[in-house]
Design a protein around this ligand. Structure first.
Ligand code: ATP
Length: 339
């Protein structure tokens, strides 16, 4: 079985081919790079309308080649299902992805699968880690969640009360005049910086990043070297993510942690989580970078599990959902588990 995945919630126009039997993933991505400022929804949608058809064409060409190699009849569909990111994300971008997915599914007469982008961020880690019931930290651009599966849903144990973690870093870097995305620039400058104190805000199991972001801007405006502010930002924000992840492990009694999301590419965050897990005797799994940032591979991997469980969508009911929360997903692909 071979599944085509299509992703386009914000910045990455991406298409992937996932081979269920071999676990191999081919990913073709085309990122949107704002000329100035952050992600502009209209520009991002314009990018999607140009880039989605071409990444899908490349992925389909790959699928056709594979189908020919395995001796599939040239008239038969080269794929067995089409999975797309249904939400959460920017509405205008999601609508383009949804339209492309419906068109391809209808063209080949194969099932259509609507994937929750957040659940895909963590399921791809669970899949490749082989962990059974991990706690999952999703540290992405527009979100920050700590989740764990229980009774048919991914429960949100902790989440951001305001901005996403990557967006907070990006807003600071915009303020200092660096181009988008800011996260990697914060990482490289923080290496040469001295720690400065910034507000650490964890309430219960939830995070707040907006106060830190404003304090970091003020610190920079008052003349503190940008490297020091970057160091303070990383240490503070990642300590918050690590603290809540640790509390989630403790609360659930689980001993496995999976990282997801674009901010997860940060070495310092990975290091803090690794140290915390080692101290508790827990295991940490960090997916390859190509599966951490937005990508269609994760959509195809989860889409394959959903398709196998019969969790498919009629075209007429396949509308996108820009506020699609991870705990709204009735988990079909682990339905045999009661706990
Ligand atoms: P979501 O998945 O919530 O929709 P998103 O679409 O913005 O988020 P992701 O690819 O998950 O996309 O994450 C992008 C974010 O990751 C950006 O904010 C970027 O600055 C941040 N990022 C990328 N690399 C690093 C890094 N090395 N350190 C910190 N942040 C990083």
């Amino acid at each position: 079985r071979r599944v085509l995945g299509i992703e386009g919630t914000a910045w990455a126009a991406s298409a992937a081919v996932y081979e269920v039997e071999t676990d191999d993933v081919f990913i073709e991505s085309n990122p949107y790079q704002p000329e100035s400022g952050g992600i502009h929804p209209r520009e991002a949608a314009e990018h999607m309308s140009e880039a989605v058809p071409s990444v899908v064409e490349t992925a389909l060409a790959e699928a056709r080649e594979r189908a020919a190699e395995e001796g599939r009849n040239a008239d038969a569909a080269p794929i067995d299902a089409v999975a797309f990111s249904r939400g959460p994300g920017l509405g205008p971008c999601l609508r383009i992805v949804g339209t492309a997915a419906r068109a391809v599914a209808q063209r080949f007469d194969v099932p259509l699968v609507g994937v929750n982008h957040m659940v895909a961020h963590l399921e791809v880690g669970r899949h490749y880690s082989g962990f059974d019931r991990p706690v999952c930290l999703n540290a992405s651009g527009a979100n920050a969640h700590v989740l764990a599966y229980r009774n048919g849903r991914y429960r949100v144990l902790g989440e951001t009360m305001d901005t996403g973690v990557g967006n907070a870093l990006d807003k600071f870097t915009r303020h200092v005049g660096w181009s988008h995305p800011g996260g990697p620039k914060v990482e490289s400058h923080a290496r040469d910086g001295e720690y400065v104190d910034l507000p650490y805000v964890v309430k219960g199991m939830d995070f707040s990043f907006s106060g830190i972001m404003s304090a970091a801007k003020d610190e920079y405006d008052s003349g503190t070297p940008v490297e020091d502010v970057c160091r303070g930002l990383e240490e503070t924000v990642f300590a918050m993510l690590t603290e809540v992840s640790e509390r989630a492990l403790s609360l659930t009694g689980r001993e496995e942690l999976v990282l997801g999301g674009g901010v997860g590419q940060n070495d310092r965050l990975q290091g803090m989580l690794r140290e915390m897990c080692e101290q508790r005797g827990a295991e940490l799994y960090v997916p390859e970078d190509r599966f951490l940032r937005d990508n269609a591979g994760m959509i195809a991997v989860l889409g394959a599990k959903m398709a196998a469980a019969g969790d498919t969508l009629a075209v007429a009911e396949s509308a996108i959902d820009s506020d699609f929360r991870p705990d709204e997903v009735a988990v079909s692909w682990r339905a045999d588990e009661s706990e």
